[in-house]
Design a protein around this ligand. Sequence first.
Ligand code: SF4
Ligand code: SF4
Length: 113
Amino acid sequence: MNGKNDKWGFHTEKSNLITLDSNDRSLVNILAEQVPSLNSCFFCGSCGATCTASDDGMNFRLVHLLLRRGELQTVNKIIRSCLLCGKCTLVCPRNVDTRAVIYNLKILIHELH
Ligand code: SF4
Ligand code: SF4
């Protein structure tokens, strides 16, 4: 793919293309085995709205989405600002143990590097 799609009158720069098929999307499955409640997340965003570290870019919903897309480098940058305070876990309407997810994710990503 060369990044061009002139049929629609616009094109996407090659540097902005994300080829999900080449990403490693296995981490989210490992996490869901460790913390099964992750699969109950329906991306409502309540966790992000109350996050203590949101000013520093932390956003659990975004992390979850990026994990499913296999964009691990960006995930690694974002979760560094998480304080593991657990506030997001308290507000989740689906009882996702977000704090445990991030805690395990930090360990898994550390092991990868
Ligand atoms: S509050 Fe719960 S269900 Fe909503 S996005 Fe966060 S983890 Fe997912
Ligand atoms: S545990 Fe992390 S993601 Fe959750 S509210 Fe605290 S800083 Fe935000």
